[in-house]
Every structure is written in structure tokens, then in C-alpha cells.
Design a binder for this molecule. Structure first.
Ligand SMILES: [Fe+2]
Ligand SMILES: [Fe+2]
Length: 181
């Protein structure tokens, strides 16, 4: 999967989790879905913040503003994830927080897929998109599984690891036409 496909695939999975939550039959099933949601959205947000948005900032003409708006949306999502993470199965706040999360996440997905990702796809060549997709897939195994709203949003602050940053550099070099070693 290239980077765009991978991110869209994540979005579809998250939408499916909201549907799973609705059809869950017990508190423990609902809690199970919430925990998967916290894990998957935390990883997804970290990958975008550390690997995709910095690149978008560099290569899109209006990148800085677009990325700042996306980061503000992420912050709302992450705060809700932290609240959800702290609940016990059957907590009456779960439904309300999941509805809040769904509103925040759909807004986020609309912004990513309606504007930022298509622009990024246009700005990068296919090999860069493939390479970034591979890097995202690898980084997923190392990405944080819980939300950290206080953590900085840019590399290299979070320890996703040097290999990821090296790939990120290579993708950037390719875009900028620098010789690669
Ligand atoms: Fe995002
Ligand atoms: Fe996303």
C-alpha cells in the first residue's frame, strides 16, 4: 500500500470500529471496541504527526496552515481518547465520549481525505508514496498505543526511531531531487 492508501485504510477501519461499537451486545464487548479504538487512533495520529504532516508542511504551498488545522483536530481527538482510556467497562460516560469522538474523527477524516491527502498525492511521485507507505507500515509496530496530547507533534522528538527518520529524509531528498546514497 502506498502512503495514501494506508492512511485511508486506517480511516475505514476506524469507521468500522464505530459501527462495531454500535452493534456490540455487552459492556465488555463495548469496552473491547473502545480499547482497540484508543490503540488504533493513537497509532494513526502519531504516524500522521511524525511522518506525514511534516512532509505536507514542506511540500504543499499552503502546507503550514493546513497542517496546523489538522493538528488542532488531532488534539481534540487525543483528549477524548485519554478520557475514554481511563474508563472502566460499563461506565455511563462511554456512550457520550464515543459520540464526541465520532464527531471529531469524521471531521478529521473529511479534512484529510478532502484536501490534504489528495494534494499530497499530487505533490509526491509514486515511488515516494510507496516508500512513505512502507515506512508508515514499519513505524506502526513502534508507534505509541495510547494518546499523548502533551507530546510535541514534530520529529524527531518522539522516539519512533532513527530508521523511520532516515526514510523520511530519503523521501524528502527524492522530492527535492537530492542525490541519494
Ligand atoms: Fe489526521
Ligand atoms: Fe488520518
Amino acid at each position: 500500500m502506498d502512503a495514501i492508501e494506508l492512511l485511508q485504510h486506517d480511516h475505514r477501519m476506524v469507521e468500522q470500529l464505530f459501527a462495531d461499537y454500535q452493534s456490540a451486545a455487552s459492556d465488555s464487548q463495548r469496552r473491547g471496541v473502545v480499547e482497540i479504538m484508543v490503540r488504533e487512533l493513537s497509532k494513526h495520529a502519531a504516524l500522521e504527526e511524525l511522518m506525514v504532516y511534516p512532509l505536507a508542511k514542506d511540500v504543499l504551498p499552503d502546507g503550514e496552515q493546513a497542517v496546523n488545522e489538522r493538528l488542532a483536530e488531532h488534539m481534540d481527538v487525543k483528549k477524548t481518547l485519554v478520557e475514554l482510556d481511563g474508563l472502566e467497562p460499563g461506565d455511563e460516560r462511554t456512550d457520550r465520549l464515543m459520540r464526541e469522538l465520532e464527531t471529531e474523527v469524521s471531521q478529521h477524516i473529511r479534512s484529510d481525505e478532502g484536501s490534504l491527502l489528495p494534494k499530497l498525492s499530487e505533490a509526491l511521485d509514486q515511488s515516494a508514496l510507496d516508500e512513505l507507505g512502507q515506512a508508515l507500515d514499519d513505524a506502526k509496530k513502534l508507534a505509541p498505543t495510547r494518546a499523548h496530547p502533551g507530546a510535541p507533534d514534530e520529529p524527531p522528538s518522539l522516539a519512533l526511531g532513527a530508521p523511520v527518520l532516515a526514510i523520511y529524509d530519503r523521501v524528502r531528498d527524492r522530492i527535492q531531487g537530492r542525490p541519494r546514497t
